[in-house]
Ligand binder design. Structure first.
Ligand SMILES: CC(C)(COP(=O)(O)OP(=O)(O)OC[C@H]1O[C@@H](n2cnc3c(N)ncnc32)[C@H](O)[C@@H]1OP(=O)(O)O)[C@@H](O)C(=O)NCCC(=O)NCCS
Length: 180
């Protein structure tokens, strides 16, 4: 699958680990988008990446830029797993220099396909209220805002940050609760 003529989105491979950790370090170091805060533990991050690559019940996809100068490099990644039976969740990042070119959308599309293929009935996630790019991406791929978790997460500097809860319902056929 191609997000643009220079980008390929594909399942992550073991050999992508170092480049994917580099990407995670760059995005976490921005300080305001991710749940994790710097510094990234590279050993733990690599182990976490390989856990997703090797697992049957987790998925990882990368966006690889075809760079004629520097060689292929990972510029985006998404990770999907089951948060609850039938409910998947995702984490993702796109290199700052490559944002706004459709990579995020291509990665979310992979998560939706992966979740549907495993008969998940829903995808859920949390996102910081100030992360307008991520909220815009999720809304543009069908997610809805379901609520706001107030003062939910303590940051290292002592601040308590809200989190927006978003969800994409995949199963719209099963009955809802019938309790009157
Ligand atoms: C959020 C993120 C993954 C988006 O990736 P991206 O490749 O830039 O997104 P895309 O180019 O695929 O954009 C898809 C849609 O998202 C929305 N969007 C993207 N950037 C946006 C912005 N800055 N403001 C509002 N909406 C935006 C738009 O609807 C866009 O569709 P359009 O281009 O047709 O208007 C990227 O900004 C990122 O990695 N941020 C840092 C890490 C992060 O926030 N991870 C998610 C944590 S919950």
């Amino acid at each position: 699958m191609s997000a643009s003529e220079h980008i390929t989105v594909r399942p992550a491979l073991v050999g992508d680990a170092e480049a994917a950790v580099d990407l995670r370090v760059r995005v976490v170091d921005e300080g305001i988008w991710m749940g994790a805060e710097p510094p990234v533990d590279r050993v733990a991050a690599a182990a976490g990446f390989l856990d997703y690559v090797d697992s049957d019940d987790k998925g990882a996809f990368v966006a690889v830029a075809d760079d004629v100068v520097a060689g292929d490099t990972v510029v985006g990644a998404v990770f999907v797993s089951f948060a609850l039976p039938g409910v998947t969740t995702l984490g993702m990042n796109v290199d700052a220099a490559w944002r706004g070119r459709g990579i995020g959308r291509a990665l979310v599309d992979e998560v939706i396909a992966w979740s549907r293929a495993r008969e998940a009935h829903k995808i859920e996630l949390e996102v910081w209220p100030h992360n307008l790019a991520a909220i815009g991406l999720y809304e543009s791929t069908g997610f809805e805002r379901e609520g706001l978790r107030r003062r939910q997460y303590r940051r290292r500097n002592g601040e308590l940050w809200d989190a927006v809860v978003m969800g994409l319902v995949l199963d719209t056929e099963s009955p809802g609760c019938t309790v009157p």
